[in-house]
Design a protein around this ligand. Sequence first.
Ligand code: ZN
Length: 740
Amino acid sequence: MARSRSEKARTGCAGRISSWTLLVALAPAAAALAQHPPRLVFVVTTGADHPPAGPGVTLRQALEAAAADPRDNVVRFDPRVFAESTVRIVLERGLALRAGPEGAGHDTLEAAGCRIEIAGRMDTGPLLTAHGLTLAFRNVSFDASSTRGLYLSDCPEVRFERCTLSGSLGAGITAFGSGAVQVIESTITGCRTHAIETHDQVALLAAESSLSGNGQSGLAQFDRSRAILADCRLDDNGRWAAVVSASASLRADRTEMRRSGLAHLDAGADSHVELNDCSLRESKRFGIMAGGRSQVRLIRCAVTSQAARGIELQDEAQAVLRQTLVGWNGHFGIVLFGRSIAHIDGGSISGNRGHGMAVRDQATAEAYDCRFERNEYSGIGAPDAGSHARALARRCTFHGNGMRPIFRGPMHIDPPVPTVARIDGRFVLVRTPPRATVDLYLDTGGEAARYLRTVVADDIGTFRLSLDEVPSGQVMTAAATTVDGHTSEFNVIAAQPDREILAALLARTGPLSDAGGPIDTDAAVQRWRPGTHVVFQFAERPPPHVVRYVQWFTQRLGDWTTGTVTADAAFEPPTSLPPGAMSVPIEFAYQTDERLRGAGGTTYTRWDSQGFFTGPIRIVLARAGPAELPCPRVAVHEMLHAMGLYHARVGLLSRMQGMTPPATGYVNDFAPAPTFHDVLALQVLYKQKVMSRITIAQLTRAGLLPQAPGPSLAAVRPSERPTTEEPESAELNHQTASRQ
Ligand SMILES: [Zn+2]
């Protein structure tokens, strides 16, 4: 059985050799093959390493003679002497093989019928050194546990077939100079440093072999050495499966790397690595570390289940991932530092702890058609506008991530998310950066789970949609990619008008409101008197990113209230207000301040019997700790309360901003800006110029609210009445701390 299996494996191997032409071409020995000089057969007749007293040939004598002879010679073992299944030959000192004055042929050492184990006696140097030779070893075991393994220098070709090498005090095989090493159906294990170490311009081919269980690595490449691994295993190595340094290059096909101590692959300097159909898993730290100016390509690979990060790029490293899975790693799936670049095409980045992909420093990440699913935080943790990093995501899908599909830091306005400017019957006008490419998605929760289509905004940054495109019970989500290649976060830009969401936003009633229960049609709305100019008056100047976000928000409020009221923000100490203007003071307070009641922000409102706001209306925002920046989303959330909107269980006015995962009954639709529903609610609120109390029933009669609840968003149905305690007064108090 064993024999037939081995034959099959050999046939398979020979069949595949033809595809390894790259390496064969690198071997100068190929030219000499054509000569076919006659060969000699040397027969080893004693297992001793001393010259025997009578007639007899030692392994040392046979190998030295074969090496010195210019023909293609064969060294065999006399079957009458070596009849046992395994014969151990212990060398007194290392074998040193050199060509004779007439040059060397292609010599082969074959153990047929039994396995020959060659061992050294003590640490006297390498077990074998060969210089300038073409050698083949078949069925030979090298026990290098007392020696420094095999040293090959400038050997045109040294081939190991069905060999075992174990236990070197240094590397198993160290190859210098030029030439090629081939390791076929062999095992190298238990070496103190590396299974194979290549220097200079050596070309290595390892096929159907195991380079596992070595102190440092399975393969260590230096200088300009090149390696191809095909159908190999590199498991349980102390630090790396493969470390590729200097200008070395590695290609690995269908190779598995498991349980490395530090990283499966460490690529540095100017190295090149290409992995095709490889599996890298269960590293005790990282999957791939690439630094320097290294270039790494992964085609149809799986980088899964490492204890820490899947792939880390540093310096100016570049990675290309095609149809590759980076999943279930104990930290980020991919993280980019320095000026590194990642280009991702297809595949999946899923199930990782932390962000699926995090882009830091001045790094660049571009992802096309990639799935980001079930990552603990965001799909992509993108840089802030203030940083020089760049993240682009086109037609990627996001599902089940703990936070927003794309997450930006505290500046997170640039590029701004697509935001509804106006809803006109069944048509929606959306505002986005000029000439941005906008990918549209449909799903039930606003997480960008299903890609729909792409539109391009006009020169002033607008495009139109029809609500007929959005099936009932789903929402349309969009992200904009600017002409200079930055992708915004996502926002909900279209949905069927939803009675329950609008009732919650407008009058704090119904199942999606903080009050819970059925909709009270007598619940009334609160709003500013038509013609009011609202001035959000900051008591002290907030950080620049808050200023920019607040300005962006107030500039759009006029659109959203269809001009019924206008707003702006003042960041300097209060001055006299123009006639008709109302001031909403915004103060910062420490988290312990009782006005905050432990929340990230609080808005206090008062209104008259007609539902028009009266003074004093004020907002208190939590002052960020010394190490963190205040979140402008909280400021805008509070300002929407001050315009008359209440909490709903979706969008910017949900209480879940930053909760991971969302609390029961909330849906994480990840809105960083007013959503379609928020804008629709503002439009409804300020369209009615009736100067008396306005109730849900009146809005319904006026056709501004749908008559009946639609299928709504299944995911936002609260399973029970909310347990959050709200003050019974008109004051709003809520926690909106955002997770950064
Ligand atoms: Zn709130």
